[in-house]
Design a protein around this ligand. Structure first.
Ligand SMILES: Cc1cc2nc3c(=O)[nH]c(=O)nc-3n(C[C@H](O)[C@H](O)[C@H](O)COP(=O)(O)O)c2cc1C
Length: 202
């Protein structure tokens, strides 16, 4: 495998539940003989999309802020990776703001796709995985908005989000650690993601 999968830790809080979910996913990948790069997106700041729509007409649909932060570099990682994994807590029924800002800045990829740009059009479809944790034990639509945003953002990178692993009632920083069943789901998911990619020959 030429490029490593990329794991995005998207909580603004380190060493909590979604960080652990990401670490366990990586552990699963490693247990299957693989490896991955981890990006702590929750600690990064990005310029927010200002809706100027310049990316509709710039060369390669480049965002006017591309040289001002690390966002463009991270989009390239999504493009190059055989698969990606996003772990995030639910904040007010949605994704944490830094991840949402990163998603909005991905508007350039929407424009590139709408324009049928070769560099996006010719990409092979790759899977993406996600784990979302929420403190509340109930709420029918707790993960709905977050999952939809991530799914449609990734679609413009030809990355297909698999149904997200969602954990409810995980609130205190060690709640996930204290649930062996949920921890096992995460390591198994990492293992299966790596094996699937090997099988598909990505
Ligand atoms: C700003 C903020 C907003 C939150 N909003 C929600 C929410 O809408 N629904 C919910 O179930 N939990 C909510 N929570 C709880 C977190 O989702 C929960 O504590 C989660 O386990 C934190 O994950 P982390 O340890 O990876 O940061 C919120 C927490 C914070 C800090």
């Amino acid at each position: 495998m030429e490029q490593l999968p990329v794991i995005f830790k998207c909580s603004h809080h380190r060493q909590g539940n979604s960080d652990l979910a990401a670490d366990l996913f990586l552990q699963g990948i490693k247990s299957a003989g693989g490896n991955a790069e981890t990006i702590v997106l929750g600690d990064m700041d990005f310029k927010h999309c200002i809706g100027c729509l310049k990316c509709r007409t710039t060369e390669a649909h480049r965002c006017i802020f591309a040289a001002q932060d690390n966002a463009q570099e991270l989009y390239q990682k999504i493009i190059d990776a055989p698969f990606t994994f996003f772990s995030a807590p639910i904040y007010f029924y949605h994704l944490p703001s830094r991840l949402k800002t990163f998603i909005d800045r991905g508007q350039w990829a929407f424009e590139a796709t709408a324009d049928k740009s070769d560099f996006m059009f010719d990409l092979a479809e790759r899977p993406a995985y996600a784990c979302m944790v929420a403190g509340r034990p109930q709420g029918e639509k707790l993960f709905e908005g977050a999952e939809l945003s991530l799914k449609f953002f990734l679609r413009f990178f030809k990355s297909k989000l698999q149904p997200a692993i969602t954990f409810r009632g995980i609130d205190e920083p060690h709640d996930l650690k204290n649930s062996q069943d949920k921890c096992a789901i995460m390591t198994r998911s990492g293992e299966l993601a790596w094996k699937r990619t090997l099988k598909d020959g990505c």
